[in-house]
Design a protein around this ligand. Structure first.
Ligand SMILES: NC(=O)c1ccc[n+]([C@@H]2O[C@H](COP(=O)([O-])OP(=O)(O)OC[C@H]3O[C@@H](n4cnc5c(N)ncnc54)[C@H](OP(=O)(O)O)[C@@H]3O)[C@@H](O)[C@H]2O)c1
Length: 270
């Protein structure tokens, strides 16, 4: 299957590298176009994919077209590509945050069904540990959605998810890496306050959180059981947990996630 990318920045590069490494695609089946010609040429050369200076050429060649440009330029890209897409009918895949399948379909001003799959990836795709939600519009088939889930499984984990839940997914997987970085940095900062150098503290805190996520992912138990296991009676961990909860740790996190969901819904309406 031939797959094309319009936009070959951070996300597209991570996805392309994952697809090749994992064997999902052969480099010669991948077609890249980016407005920054030099950058895309260098990347295509590195991975062995085709590069094109004309997006129409990519659309005419591929079975699936991944739109990996920023949300503020996606409408313009679609308007330019509209005629070629209507003629060649590739599966349209958008990874643009906050851009619904309906918004994409409306650009075509047609009654002709267009198969559109929307994906919300996250930045951890860059290390092969991404989390992605995938949904299709009414015209997209189950096979279309499954294909794109398989593709994103090449750079982490992907789940089918109804589009109405995408704002929630954006908060818990799209934005949450930033919250995890904030948490890790706060732990390291506390270590600095107590006398450790920042670089060392950051490395240690990162490893502790990485291992905790791995432990949880491999455990069949819920987080509170694991918390209880680390909390010895009268010990250090429970003292810390009580202090965090005195300062409303859980409800502060929930409020942060709520604010993210509200913002995504607000931006999606614009
Ligand atoms: N990065 C993330 O963590 C993340 C997470 C979830 C979803 N997403 C979504 O993924 C999409 C891509 O994000 P990204 O981080 O990969 O952005 P990015 O690194 O800026 O990549 C976008 C690429 O598209 C190019 N471009 C701009 N206008 C174009 C046009 N008209 N035709 C072709 N190429 C064009 C850009 O070139 P210039 O740099 O020269 O403008 C850039 O190389 C966004 O819609 C974003 O919402 C990203």
């Amino acid at each position: 299957m031939k797959i094309g990318f319009i936009g070959a920045g951070n996300m597209a590069s991570a996805i392309v590298e994952g697809m090749i490494q994992n064997g999902f695609s052969q480099p010669e089946d991948l077609y890249l176009y980016d407005i920054s010609t030099e950058k895309v040429q260098a990347f295509a050369k590195k991975v062995g994919a085709h590069v094109s200076t004309d997006p129409q050429e990519v659309i005419q060649t591929v079975d699936a077209l991944i739109l990996a440009v920023k949300p503020n330029v996606i409408k313009g890209v679609l308007l330019e590509a509209k005629e070629a897409i209507l003629q060649n009918n590739p599966l349209i895949v958008s990874i643009a945050a906050g851009t619904s399948t309906e918004t994409i379909y409306e650009v075509f001003e047609t009654d002709q069904p267009i198969r559109i799959v929307r994906v919300m990836p996250n930045m951890n795709a860059m290390v092969g540990e991404g989390a992605a939600a995938v949904c299709g519009n009414a015209a997209a088939t189950k096979e279309d959605v499954s294909l794109i889930i398989d593709l994103f499984n090449a750079v982490g984990k992907a789940w089918p998810l109804e589009e109405k839940y995408f704002s929630i997914f954006t908060a818990i997987a799209g934005s949450s890496p930033a919250y995890a970085f904030l948490f890790i940095d706060s732990i390291a900062r506390a270590a600095v306050k107590n006398g450790l150098p920042k670089d060392l503290a950051l490395e240690m805190a990162t490893q502790a959180i990485l291992g905790s996520a791995e432990t949880l992912a491999h455990s069949k138990e819920n987080p509170w059981t694991l918390i209880d296991r680390v909390s010895s009676p009268g010990g250090t961990t429970v003292a810390g947990i009580v202090e965090l909860e005195d300062n409303a740790f859980i409800s502060t996190v929930i409020k942060g996630i709520d604010a993210t969901i509200r913002k995504d819904e607000e931006l999606g309406k614009k």
